[in-house]
Design a protein around this ligand. Structure first.
Ligand SMILES: [Zn+2]
Ligand SMILES: [Zn+2]
Length: 217
């Protein structure tokens, strides 16, 4: 699997173009905006887009989903249904944050914890990780040991939980009980900023390290 990270929107959200290097079949994860830049990466890499995947309903991750889906007739998979209220809020959020006008959409498939998502020959486990938003999902590709985690976990930080229906203890639980057990070696692409590994965060992250939560041994 190859991943090309394309920072989009004034919030520099990491939109990911993921594709299989042999078949060139791929997907766009979290098309928050700046579709010209996303399409440029698609063309440069000769990717045949199959679908759009969404980690959560925030504007900077999902703002250009409707436009991209319509333009290329692509199905939308994700997030979990509990983020529907965020998706419905996209037009209002765009006005509020001074983004270009953005539309809401209806996913072709809402995702549940334990679901599988395929992109060409690649398979991803769907991990429901509430806390930043209630319907946030993470996409985990076991074959390449990579997770796309949206705004759940960052290098040295975690997602904010002060927004509507956010919950700090849910977020910590999602990270500690659903992400870290996947393995210290897992590389993750966060929604903003640099990539890291679960092992590094388990050692050093001030919010969710073993030391921070009192589980050091
Ligand atoms: Zn977010
Ligand atoms: Zn974000």
């Amino acid at each position: 699997m190859k991943i090309v990270v394309i920072p989009v929107t004034p919030f520099q959200q990491n939109c990911s173009l993921i594709f299989d290097e042999v078949s060139k079949i791929g997907a766009v994860v979290d098309p928050g905006g700046d579709l010209e830049r996303v399409m440029q990466a698609v063309e440069q890499n000769g990717v045949k887009l199959e679908k759009i995947l969404i980690t959560h309903g925030h504007l900077d991750h999902a703002g250009a989903t409707a436009d991209l889906a319509e333009a290329l007739d692509l199905p939308i998979e994700g997030p979990h249904r509990d983020d529907q209220f965020w998706i419905e809020r996209i037009p209002r959020s765009a006005e509020q944050y001074g983004f270009p006008p953005a539309r809401m959409f209806t996913p072709d498939r809402w995702l549940e914890h334990g679901d599988k998502v395929t992109v060409g020959p690649m398979e991803f486990d769907v991990i429901h990780c509430p806390g930043h938003t209630p319907g946030h999902v993470v996409f985990f590709n076991a074959a390449s040991r990579v997770a796309i985690v949206g705004d759940v976990l960052f290098r040295s930080s975690i997602g904010r939980s002060d927004l509507p229906r956010g919950n700090h203890s849910d977020l910590v639980r999602s990270i500690r009980q659903r992400l870290f057990p996947l393995g210290d070696d897992i590389t993750f692409v966060p929604g903003h900023g640099q990539t890291s590994t679960f092992g590094w965060e388990r050692k050093t992250n001030p919010f969710v390290s073993d030391l921070a939560v009192g589980e050091a041994d």
